[in-house]
Design a protein around this ligand. Structure first.
Ligand SMILES: [Zn+2]
Length: 467
């Protein structure tokens, strides 16, 4: 009888604890849903994201090593101080310095007919200049490296025109970019190996305008360095048509870009210090540098402002979670990714544990989801947060795999890498081009990205069951 009483008591106790655990799990979920609503209301009613982006982009293009990039570092540091973040500091980064110069000319002409057309062109980042008076040579068009390699000796002494369009059939335009980017980054090396004197590539965009898109390109130690430039899409189409009609078409190209000595720059860091486990960090980041043709409003001004505004929203609502939420704005993503690398290996990381790092570097368009580099068990835990993220910012899905190039070096320390994924349909209209200006960003879409980052950061920093 005693034994029966004992076991009844045990069962009653267990039931009560399970009930309590369920209830507290539910109330946590209820609390998080309430935070989600508060973040959305605060962001959509009093959001600062667009105003902050206006200030940042007013500094001008933020090419690594430029005075404007240095001004952006100081502007961001001051914003963090004004916001009341803790541990605000700069971490040194050495950056390559390349200048576009003020001459970019391309003209196709036919010696036979005497006709010619002017093409919209820009130098690729890192390219050497042409001779001061430019260079002219027969131009030869290919759609792929295979096609280029098959031409053999016919490439010698010519300008190679790599006319490889981004694949239009993918819904995710980053996939098409990923496949086509090697023609920009490796085109000069592949063409020079075969004796070409210069290379022009079709711009990486799915838009139908004539604005050329730049981006980094590489040389290889034992291969001659030849000038490399990108043509606007309509210019590329016109050149292709002209070559078809006149196979003797020649191209004139003139660029006066140059590479200077490396200069010191910095990553900018500021914390919302955690109340319970301050040494455990949830990082929010983007890259402060941009290309020079626009002002990097989407790439990656939007990402920097997403991170900054995410923390501002939490401060405005007096939400301070258990773990530290850190904003890190990386320098020099575009030209060698030195900011991300230097951050990960800095002695300042000793004693810090980065639980997760969320990067926004896909523009300021409407946020759709998050890509999460977690194993399936961890990922299942993230999935239960989806209703909360939906309530905050209309997040539709979470998928496995994601992150960003600045936070990638943290992977080796076991950090879960996460990337914000906005709608990508218009991203390559603006990417690395003169189209990347403030007017291309919508205030509400930008704010929703910040709200989404804020909510996920809060969950990661506060939920005791966080992965
Ligand atoms: Zn970027």
């Amino acid at each position: 009888m005693r034994r029966l009483l004992f076991w009844s008591a045990v069962i009653l106790f267990l039931r009560a604890s399970v009930g309590f655990a369920q209830q507290s799990g539910q109330s946590t979920q209820q609390n998080f849903l309430q935070v989600a609503r508060q973040l959305r209301e605060e962001g959509l009613r009093h959001g600062q994201a667009f105003a902050l982006l206006r200030e940042l982009t007013a500094l001008g293009p933020r090419v690594a090593g430029s005075p404007q990039a240095a001004a952006a570092v100081e502007w961001m540091r001051q914003k963090m101080v004004d916001l009341g973040l803790e541990n605000v500091h700069l971490e040194p980064v050495t950056v390559q310095r390349w200048q576009r110069g003020d001459v970019e000319e391309a003209r196709a002409f036919s010696p036979k007919t005497g006709g010619g057309i002017t093409l919209r062109v820009c130098a690729l980042g890192g390219s050497v200049a042409t001779p001061p008076d430019g260079l002219a040579a027969p131009v030869i068009e290919v759609r792929s490296f295979d096609e280029l390699h098959r031409l053999g000796d016919r490439v010698r002494g010519k300008i190679v025109f790599l006319n490889h369009p981004m694949n239009p059939v993918y819904l995710n335009t980053f996939r098409a970019y990923g496949e086509a980017a090697r023609y920009r980054t490796q085109g000069a090396v592949e063409a020079a190996k075969m004796g070409a004197v210069a290379v022009v590539v079709r711009s990486l965009t799915l838009h139908q305008d004539d604005v050329p898109h730049t981006g980094v390109m590489f040389y290889s130690p034992n291969v001659p360095k030849i000038p490399a430039a990108a043509l606007g899409i309509l210019s590329a189409e016109r050149l292709s048509r002209m070559i078809r009609l006149n196979p003797d078409t020649r191209l004139f190209l003139r660029l006066n870009c140059r590479t200077l000595s490396p200069v010191p720059s910095a990553n900018v860091v500021g914390d919302l210090r955690g109340t319970g486990k301050p040494q455990e960090i949830v990082l929010l980041g983007g890259h402060l540098d941009s290309w020079d043709l626009g002002v990097g409003a989407h790439d990656d001004g939007a990402g920097c402002i997403h991170a900054l505004e995410a923390v501002r929203l939490l401060k405005a609502l007096h939400l301070r979670p258990r773990r530290t939420i850190r904003v890190t704005l990386f320098m020099n993503e575009e030209f060698g990714r030195s900011g991300g690398r230097d951050y990960a290996v800095s002695p300042l990381r000793n004693g810090e544990k980065h639980i997760a790092a969320i990067e926004s570097d896909r523009g300021g368009f409407l946020p759709l989801g998050f890509g999460i580099s977690a194993d399936s068990l961890q990922f299942a835990r993230y999935q239960r947060w989806l209703p909360v993220l939906r309530e905050a910012a209309g997040i539709l899905w979470l998928r496995r795999g994601g992150g960003g190039s600045d936070v990638a070096p943290l992977r080796s320390t076991g950090t879960v890498l996460i990337g914000l994924v906005p709608d990508s349909q218009r991203y390559f209209d603006v990417h690395h081009s003169a189209n990347d200006v403030l007017a291309a960003v919508h205030p509400r879409e930008l704010e929703l990205g910040a709200i989404a980052m804020s909510m996920l950061a809060y969950l990661l920093a506060e939920d005791s069951g966080a992965p």
